[in-house]
Design a protein around this ligand. Structure first.
Ligand SMILES: NC(=O)c1ccc[n+]([C@@H]2O[C@H](COP(=O)([O-])OP(=O)(O)OC[C@H]3O[C@@H](n4cnc5c(N)ncnc54)[C@H](O)[C@@H]3O)[C@@H](O)[C@H]2O)c1
Length: 261
């Protein structure tokens, strides 16, 4: 799917932070492109100097007015991003948190064998970083706003090879509900988007991912794989005022795969 020229600039004047673009296959890129197509301004981050050359041309294409490094494991870097947003924009309308990480030895093994360090790292990068982002976004969302994170169905059922990431995504989805309840009175809405399997760099760390893609294609009621623009369009919709009374959701963008046994 491609985002239509988006003649109606449904998010005109809105400003948001997109975290998680690694390359042009990243889900975060699909989201940033959709938000931009609907008229929003975006701030973009890149993981580190090694990632920068891959992300910079994409940020340029998005005409990103803020472009900063962000490794959520480095103390102070997230705070610096929000300080810059406050300095340049003074406010914020949406955040897209599209990151996850688990050390190879932890992700590749059984949950029952998970080492403490690997478990904590997985939870820190994949879950707590979203809670922290919500904390820093709250004071900037003076007129309300929307916070998004990316999850996967392996949080709800046991998906072969998803392992410890399923545990982290379950915590993340629960965090979405608590944050939605706490921030709702301020007009801040919180959602998890649950895309179907997509061949991205993060996915390449999951053993036998190609088999999962094939299974998804065969079983999903839509009989096709989703792409990052499908995720972008659904996310941008939830940021629009038309969705102002929808919050705390886990929205599946998976061709219906999750309803099939
Ligand atoms: N690909 C899929 O099939 C799929 C399906 C459902 C959900 N998701 C989720 O979507 C999100 C985005 O993943 P993707 O598939 O687009 O892959 P991706 O590799 O393109 O994106 C993952 C991003 O996480 C970032 N990241 C990792 N560690 C970080 C850290 N310490 N600080 C800041 N950023 C860090 C990477 O730099 C990268 O930009 C993840 O949460 C993933 O679990 C992916």
């Amino acid at each position: 799917m491609s985002i239509p020229a988006a003649k109606a600039k449904l998010l005109d004047g809105r400003k948001g932070l997109v975290v998680g673009i690694a390359n042009d296959r990243s889900i975060a890129w699909g989201c940033a492109r959709a938000f931009r197509a609907f008229g929003a301004e975006v701030a973009v981050t890149y993981l580190n100097d090694k990632a920068r050359p891959h992300v910079e041309p994409l940020a340029r294409e998005l005409e990103a007015s803020i472009f900063l490094p962000l490794d959520v494991a480095i103390p102070g870097q997230m705070e610096a991003v929000f300080e810059e947003i406050e300095r340049i924009w003074g406010e914020l309308d949406f955040v897209v948190h599209s990151i996850a990480f688990s050390p190879k030895d932890t992700l590749g093994g059984r949950v029952v064998d998970a080492p403490r360090e690997g478990f904590l790292k997985t939870m820190d990068i994949s879950c707590w970083s979203f809670i922290r982002m919500a904390h820093l976004a709250e004071p900037l969302m003076k007129n309300g706003g929307t916070l998004f994170t990316m999850t996967y169905h392996g949080s709800q059922v046991v998906v072969e090879n998803y392992n410890i990431m399923g545990v982290a995504k379950a915590a993340l989805e629960s965090a979405v509900r608590y944050l939605a309840a706490e921030l709702g009175p301020k007009g801040i809405r919180v959602h998890a988007i649950s895309p179907g399997a997509l061949a991205t760099r993060a996915a390449s760390g999951i053993p036998e991912f190609d088999a999962l893609l094939e299974k998804t294609k065969v079983k999903a009621p839509a009989r096709e794989l989703i792409d990052i623009d499908d995720v972008g369009a659904a996310t941008a919709f939830l940021a629009h005022d038309a969705a102002r009374l929808i919050t705390g959701q886990v929205l599946y963008v998976d061709g219906g795969y999750h309803i099939i046994d």
